[in-house]
Write a protein that binds this ligand. Structure first.
Ligand code: C2E
Ligand code: CA
Ligand code: CA
Length: 531
C-alpha cells in the first residue's frame, strides 16, 4: 500500500510539473507563432505592394512609350514636344520623355536638344523589349538620377523610388529586382546579399536571422526583409495576453491533478482498490456451548490483508465501507471466503454453523440472501449452517427487516441480533421480529459476576432473551469467572478469548477438530423455538 501511495505521489508530481510547464510553454510558443505570422503578413503585404507599384510604373511607361512611338507626328515638332510633355503630366511616374534618332537625343519633353547626347548604355532588356538603364543623369533637366526606360525611339525617365513608393515601417527593407536579380531600387537600405539569399524562395518565411516575404511577377520581384530580432517586442506583447491564459490553464491542470491524487490517496480510494483486488480474508472466532465446551461453529470476522501481508482491523474500515456501500462487495467476499475455507468441514460436520455479519443496507434490501443462496448452490452446504448477525441499525426500517428475516428463516438461516443491549431496542420491538438468537454485547459480559452497579443489567438482558425464547450467545468472554456466571444464568453459547481469539481458517479447523475429539459433536438443536 505504501508503494501504491508513493507511486501515486510520484505520478502526481511528474504530471503536475508537466501540467504546469506544458500550457505555459505552449502559450509562449503560440505567442511567438502568432507574432511571427502577423509580421510575415505585414512583410508579404509590403512586398506585394512594392511589386504592384513597380509593375504599374513599368506598365505605365511602356504604354506611354508605345503610344508615343505610334503617333504619326513630325519628329521634334512643336506638336511632338507638346505630346511628350503631356506624357509627363498624364503619367505621374514619368519625369521626362526623350526622343532619340540614330542613337542621339534629339528632343525631350523640355524642348529640342542639340547637345548630341548619346543614348546611354543599357543595363538590361525586359522580356517585352524595353531597354532599362538604371542610373541616368537627366541630360536636360540635370535633376536627380533616374531610371531610363527605352522603347522604340523614345525613352522615359522615372524616379526609381517610384517603384517602392509605399509606406512601410522603418524596420522593413524593400527591394525591387528584375527577373535576373538585378536591384532596380530599394527602400530602407536592403542588404543586397540578404536579398539575393531569399530571392529564390516563394512566399514568406524565416531565413537565418531574417524574416522575409517575396512577391514575384513575370519580370519583377519585390522582396521585403526584416531582422528577426525585431520580433522580440511583438512576441512580448502577444505574451502579455497569452501567458496569463497559459498560467490559468496550468493552475487548472495542476489543481485537477492535486484533486485527483488526493482522491486516489484517500482511504476510500484505498478501500476501493482493496475490494477490486479482493484483499479481504476471514478469521473465525469459535463459538462454544457453555455447558459442554463443545465448539458449535464460529463467527466470520473480516480482515483486510494488505499486499505486504499486514492485517487491518475491521473497526478501521467497516464504518467507511458502510457509509459508502463498499460493505456489500466486502460481505460477498466474506461469503466466498467462508465457502472456500470451510466447505470440507461444513460438509463433514453438519452441526457446525458459521455466523456472517450483515450490514444495515443488506438487512433492509435482503440482497445478501440471494448472494448466499447463489454461492451455496451446488456446494452441499446447508442454509442452516449459515447464521446471520444483524445489529439494531439493520432494523431501523422494521418492515423491510421483517421481510428479510422471514425470507432468511424460510431458507433455513438462523438470525441473531448482534451487540444486543447497546442500542435502544425495546422488548416490544424485538418481540415483533422473527429472530433466533441474541448476542449479548461484550460490555455486559465484562461486568458479569462483578459486584458493580451495572452488573444488575446483565441478568435483566439474559432474562429478556429468555422471555423472547431466543438462544443467547455471550460475546467477549475473557475469564473463567464470566463463563461460570453466564452458564449459571443459562446463557447457551459463548465466544471470547477465554476459548479462542479469532483464528485463520486452518487453525480454526484444527481447533474444531480437537474440540470434537474431546467432546464429540454439538447436539442438533440450534434452531430456536421462537415465533
Ligand atoms: P462484532 O460483530 O461484535 O465482533 C466481535 C468482535 O469482538 C471481534 O472484533 C472480535 O475479535 C472481538 N472479540 C471477540 N472475543 C473477544 C474478547 O474476548 N475480548 C475482546 N476484547 N474482544 C473480543 P473484530 O474482529 O475486530 O470485529 C469488530 C467488528 O467489526 C465486529 O464486531 C463487527 O461489527 C465488524 N465486523 C467484523 N467482520 C465483519 C463483517 O464481515 N461484516 C460486517 N458487516 N461487519 C464485520
Ligand atoms: Ca458480530
Ligand atoms: Ca457483537
Amino acid at each position: 500500500m505504501e508503494m501504491r501511495r508513493s507511486r501515486i505521489i510520484a505520478t502526481a508530481i511528474v504530471l503536475g510539473l508537466l501540467g504546469a510547464a506544458i500550457p505555459v510553454a505552449a502559450m509562449a510558443y503560440v505567442s511567438w507563432a502568432i507574432a511571427l505570422n502577423k509580421e510575415l503578413a505585414v512583410l508579404t503585404r509590403s512586398a506585394e505592394q512594392a511589386y504592384l507599384r513597380a509593375s504599374r510604373t513599368f506598365d505605365d511607361a511602356r504604354k506611354a512609350l508605345k503610344a508615343a512611338d505610334a503617333a504619326d507626328l513630325p519628329r521634334c515638332s512643336e506638336e511632338h514636344i507638346r505630346r511628350m510633355r503631356m506624357m509627363t503630366v498624364n503619367t505621374p511616374s514619368i519625369e521626362e520623355v526623350g526622343y532619340f534618332e540614330g542613337g542621339v537625343l534629339r528632343c525631350t519633353s523640355w524642348g529640342r536638344s542639340d547637345e548630341g547626347i548619346a543614348k546611354s548604355h543599357v543595363d538590361y532588356v525586359t522580356p517585352d523589349g524595353m531597354e532599362i538603364t538604371l542610373r541616368v543623369q537627366p541630360a536636360i533637366s540635370h535633376g536627380r538620377r533616374m531610371t531610363a526606360m527605352h522603347f522604340g525611339s523614345h525613352n522615359a525617365l522615372v524616379v526609381p523610388s517610384r517603384f517602392v513608393d509605399i509606406l512601410v515601417d522603418d524596420a522593413i527593407s524593400l527591394a525591387v529586382l528584375n527577373e535576373d536579380g538585378m536591384l532596380l531600387d530599394g527602400l530602407n537600405g536592403p542588404d543586397p546579399a540578404l536579398v539575393r539569399s531569399v530571392l529564390g524562395q516563394a512566399g514568406s518565411g524565416v531565413a537565418g536571422n531574417t524574416m522575409f516575404a517575396v512577391s514575384r511577377g513575370e519580370s519583377l520581384v519585390a522582396v521585403a526583409t526584416e531582422p528577426k530580432a525585431n520580433l522580440a517586442a511583438k512576441v512580448r506583447s502577444e505574451q502579455l495576453l497569452l501567458l496569463p491564459i497559459g498560467a490559468f490553464i496550468a493552475a487548472f491542470v495542476v489543481g485537477t491533478i492535486v484533486w485527483l491524487s488526493r482522491k486516489r490517496l484517500s482511504p476510500l480510494a484505498d478501500l476501493e482498490v482493496a475490494v477490486r483486488k479482493r484483499e479481504f480474508i476471514v478469521h473465525y472466532q469459535p463459538i462454544v456451548e457453555l455447558k459442554s465446551g463443545i465448539c458449535v461453529g464460529a463467527e466470520a470476522l473480516v480482515r483486510w490483508q494488505r499486499p505486504d501481508g499486514s492485517l487491518v482491523r475491521p473497526d478501521l474500515f467497516i464504518p467507511l465501507a458502510e457509509e459508502t456501500g463498499l460493505i456489500m462487495p466486502i460481505t460477498d467476499q466474506v461469503v466466498d471466503a467462508v465457502i472456500a475455507d470451510l466447505k470440507t468441514m461444513l460438509l463433514e460436520d453438519r452441526t457446525v454453523h458459521i455466523a456472517i455479519n450483515l450490514c444495515a443496507a443488506d438487512m433492509a434490501s435482503g440482497r445478501i440472501l440471494d448472494v448466499i443462496d447463489g454461492r451455496l448452490r451446488g456446494t452441499g452446504i446447508r442454509h442452516e449452517q449459515i447464521w446471520l448477525e444483524a445489529t439494531e441499525r439493520g432494523f431501523i426500517d422494521i418492515e423491510a427487516a421483517r421481510t428479510t428475516l422471514q425470507i432468511a428463516r424460510q431458507r433455513g438461516h438462523s438470525v441473531a441480533i448482534d451487540d444486543f443491549g447497546t442500542g435502544y431496542s425495546s422488548l416490544q420491538y424485538l418481540q415483533e421480529l422473527p429472530l433466533d438468537a441474541l448476542k449479548i454485547d461484550k460490555s455486559f459480559v465484562d461486568t458479569a459476576g462483578i459486584e458493580a452497579a451495572t452488573s444488575s443489567v446483565t441478568p435483566y438482558i439474559i432474562g429478556m432473551a429468555k422471555e423472547l425464547r431466543l438462544f443467547t450467545v455471550a460475546e467477549g468472554i475473557e475469564t473463567e469467572r464470566q463463563a461460570e456466571y453466564l452458564k449459571e444464568h443459562d446463557v447457551d453459547f459463548g465466544q471470547g478469548w477465554l476459548f479462542s481469539k479469532p483464528l485463520p481458517a486452518a487453525e480454526f479447523i484444527k481447533f474444531h477438530r480437537q474440540s470434537k475429539a474431546r467432546h464429540g459433536s454439538a447436539p442438533e438443536r440450534i434452531r430456536a423455538s421462537a415465533a
